[in-house]
Design a protein around this ligand. Structure first.
Ligand code: PLP
Length: 369
């Protein structure tokens, strides 16, 4: 069913933001991460916008990589979760996918299928405790893969930081150090940095790592959201902060309500007018992917003015305070995030992160213009 809210996508923003990533880490090849339907923008749309300007594309799962191959993408593809069974191990070979190997079970799948892959990335768990081999077994994994016929040219090493969005967090130094020490004597490429780590200056693995052949893995920044945990409303100044939104979400105002002092708005009557004013009812709710827990005062853009959300978000609607904007009428559009209103500001107000907002609207809204 057609929803009133619409998404506008800006492909040139993706390429601009990839340029920002390249300025942050000159000479570092970039895997553009397009998992989770291109962070909610559409897998193929993101691939199309980024493929040529990137050194490769990264997804989570084999199925996503196969969809990209089926759509004709012939370039390097990295699968961040690697194969989940023997059939997926075979698919890695058949579709020339670069698999991340993070668990011994995956080495068994390759053995069972008698498959050697030209390029694999061994993931090391340096402290996030999500995916990866313990650093102590790195040499064993290396030996086992070589014994199975994987060449050293194609055996690469990666890790993922738990706290890159807080550059001063001591966990970062610990993880970077552990990774640098573990891979110091191992040949192959390395990869550490997501978007936040690029902003922290760790595209080449951080201070203690010998400069080498590092790849970066930017995701969220390509879509225009700054990854760092910055104080509310503050964005970095200068070229580093020059990210452009790849998605703008808009919805029409479908009603207005005059408010008296003491009038309440919405379910639970959680917001009360102090002065005479006017509420605008916007056709965007949690069924459209707007965060239900966004509190009153979450910013919404109406006619170049930031107006506060008022009252609880409903399934298909929310209310915005239009006091001081007498010229706004039914039929005018409100911007929920995107051009003029960075998604991370809305996310912060709603107690979540931009990734959550962007991926929630996937497939729900109509492409707009
Ligand atoms: C999602 C992901 C990235 C990209 O992270 P961003 O914070 O979006 O830049 C990089 N590496 C891995 C392993 C990931 O899962």
């Amino acid at each position: 069913m057609r929803r009133a809210a619409s998404i506008q996508l800006h492909p040139e923003a993706l390429r601009h933001n990839l340029g920002v990533a390249r300025r942050l880490a000159p000479g570092v090849p970039m895997w553009s991460v397009i998992k989770a339907e291109g962070y909610g923008h559409g897998l193929l749309w993101a691939a199309e916008a980024l493929a040529e300007a990137s050194d490769g594309l990264a997804v989570s799962q084999i199925g996503e990589a196969r969809a990209l191959r089926a759509a004709g993408f012939g370039g390097p593809l990295l699968v961040l979760q690697g194969p989940r069974d023997v059939a997926e191990a075979r698919a890695c070979a058949e579709f020339a996918l670069q698999a991340v190997l993070h668990d011994a079970a995956q080495l068994d799948y390759l053995d069972t299928a008698s498959i050697t892959l030209p390029e694999v990335w061994v993931k090391l768990n340096t402290g996030m405790n999500r995916l990866g081999f313990a650093p102590q077994v790195a040499m064993d994994v290396d030996a086992r893969l070589r014994a199975a016929g994987h060449g050293h040219d194609g055996l690469h090493w990666m890790t993922h930081l738990a706290c890159a969005d807080e550059p001063g967090h001591p966990q970062n130094a610990r993880q970077l150090e552990r990774f640098a020490m573990t891979v110091a004597e191992l040949p192959g490429q390395r990869s550490v940095a997501n978007s936040a780590a690029l902003f922290a200056g760790w595209g080449q693995g951080g201070a203690s790592a010998a400069p080498g052949d590092y790849w970066a893995r930017p995701g969220i920044m390509l879509y225009g959201a700054h990854p760092a945990s910055l104080p509310a409303g503050r964005l970095p100044e200068g070229p580093d902060g020059d990210l452009r939104p790849a998605m703008t979400v808009r919805a029409p105002i479908i009603a207005t309500q005059p408010l008296e002092p003491g009038s309440t708005v919405g379910y639970g009557a959680t917001w009360t007018a102090a002065d005479p004013g006017r509420a605008g009812i916007v056709a965007m709710g949690y069924a459209d992917g707007y965060p239900r827990h966004a509190p009153s005062d979450t910013p919404i853009l109406v006619q170049d003015r930031l107006c506060p959300l008022i009252g609880r978000v409903s399934m298909d609607m929310l209310a915005v305070d239009l006091s001081g904007l007498p010229e706004v009428q039914v039929g005018d559009m409100a911007t929920l995030w995107g051009e003029g209103l960075p998604v991370e500001r809305v996310a912060r107000a709603a107690g979540t992160i931009s990734y959550d907002l962007l991926t929630r609207v996937a497939d729900r809204l109509q492409p707009g213009n």
